[in-house]
Design a protein around this ligand. Structure first.
Ligand SMILES: Cc1cc2nc3c(=O)[nH]c(=O)nc-3n(C[C@H](O)[C@H](O)[C@H](O)COP(=O)(O)OP(=O)(O)OC[C@H]3O[C@@H](n4cnc5c(N)ncnc54)[C@H](O)[C@@H]3O)c2cc1C
Length: 372
């Protein structure tokens, strides 16, 4: 059984169903993918791992421009897509269903008992047994609480979708001392752009003012002509991860496990990958009648993107420790900790891998840390 039909849950459900396992995918939402809580940028190589049609792509992106105070900018190639995230999520769920999974929307997980998962559907409560439970229920995961994990440290983001007059084929990221632990972004998608600010969750009360100031800055620099908002969203993004993602027959995937990148907050790609790994391994464990096989999930997600996450976590520590130190040069700190600057990667090879790779096995292709 899979709890949560975001990118992680639908990928898990599809991978398990493709192996002939009976899968139930539940989501508390009445409409999969709605509301969108995302800036919608993904690296282009996600298409190797997720099955979605070109209709989900709002526009292509070639590069990322990083803006530091004092008009300093850095450019980096960053081939990717701006998605229609609600359609993307729906297509991934549809692919899972077409592979044989069943779905139940409007169904919220409320408890995990020895008899099964307790769910609330309308005014009814029901207990659903399952051999394996995959917790794909996002950054405020209830399943993580069921297995005794404390909430993860998060970044809180607020975003407006704004009409733009000039199309552009790159994403912009802005750093400012006021955006503590986070950044501002301008991600174009045709006639509109997702414009937002993310900060450490303790600064959440200031978020709306910070976004207002960011919009003023964009207007002053002529990036925005006027401020016509067509939608508003926001949400939490984990910026740390659980070392352990397997608890007897419960697996955590995607944001529920803290698989978003600790620095960029990009989580769609890792959600798809961890979901696929978990679904495939869960199906195989069930087929073999041996739940010890689930241990392979821990090994495989770590081999696939564990080192990129743990390197990001080191940078997150450096960023958080130094953000408010007056003796630390802000620009220097950002250059060392932001993936859009070459200093981020310096010394990476000298740091021992937190999750050593077995001989002959390769981690993600070079560039897995490229933006968002
Ligand atoms: C403002 C913002 C901007 C972002 N921008 C980007 C970006 O540009 N690129 C990028 O890669 N990432 C971005 N992210 C992160 C990205 O959205 C997440 O990493 C990604 O959605 C994780 O996928 P997931 O499947 O793990 O979780 P989610 O997409 O959060 O899906 C979880 C699902 O579980 C369901 N659920 C929750 N609780 C329960 C329950 N108790 N019972 C049943 N169902 C439940 C929810 O309804 C939801 O459908 C952004 C996040 C935010 C908040």
């Amino acid at each position: 059984m899979v709890i949560g039909a975001g990118p992680a849950g639908s990928s898990a459900a599809q991978a398990a169903a493709q192996r002939g396992t009976r899968v139930l995918l539940i989501d508390r939402r009445q409409r999969i993918g709605v509301p969108v809580q995302c800036a919608e940028f993904v690296p282009q190589w996600i298409s190797r791992y997720a099955s979605f049609s070109s209709t989900c792509i709002m526009q292509r992106v070639e590069k990322m421009v990083t803006h530091l105070p004092g008009c300093i900018t850095y450019e980096m190639k960053s081939p990717g897509y701006m998605l229609d995230r609600s359609l993307f999520d729906k297509e991934l769920a549809a692919s899972a269903i077409l592979s044989g999974a069943r779905i139940s929307i409007g169904t919220r997980a409320v408890d995990l008992s020895p008899e099964g998962l307790v769910v609330e559907r309308g005014s009814k409560m029901e207990t659903i047994p399952s051999k394996v439970f995959i917790g794909a229920d996002g950054a405020s995961s209830t399943v993580a609480r069921f297995v005794g994990k404390p909430p993860l440290k998060t970044i809180t983001a607020l975003q407006y979708e704004i009409v733009i007059s000039e199309p552009q084929n790159h994403v912009d990221v802005y750093f400012h001392k006021d955006y503590e632990g986070g950044y501002g972004w301008f991600f174009p998608k045709g006639k509109t752009a997702n414009v937002g600010v993310g900060v450490v969750t303790s600064k959440m009360p200031q978020l709306s003012t910070l976004l207002g100031n960011f919009l003023d800055l964009l207007r002053e620099s002529k990036k925005l002509q006027g401020i016509q908002i067509v939608s508003k969203t926001g949400g939490l993004i984990p910026c740390e991860f659980y070392e352990q993602n397997l608890f007897k027959n419960v697996l955590l995937v995607g944001d529920a496990a803290g698989h978003a990148h600790p620095i960029t907050g990009a989580g769609i790609f890792n959600a798809v990958m961890s979901g696929e790994i978990a679904g495939r391994i869960a199906a195989e464990a069930i087929e073999r009648g041996d739940l010890r096989y689930l241990e392979n999930y821990e090994t495989e997600w770590r081999e696939t993107f564990g080192n990129s996450l743990s390197y990001g976590a080191l940078k997150r520590e450096l960023l958080d420790e130094n953000w408010n130190k007056s003796e630390v040069l802000f620009e220097e700190l950002i250059r060392k900790t932001w993936i859009g600057c070459k200093e981020y990667y310096q010394g990476r090879r000298e740091i021992p891998l937190r999750f050593p790779l077995p001989t002959g096995r390769q981690a993600l292709p070079k560039g897995e840390d490229t933006p968002l």
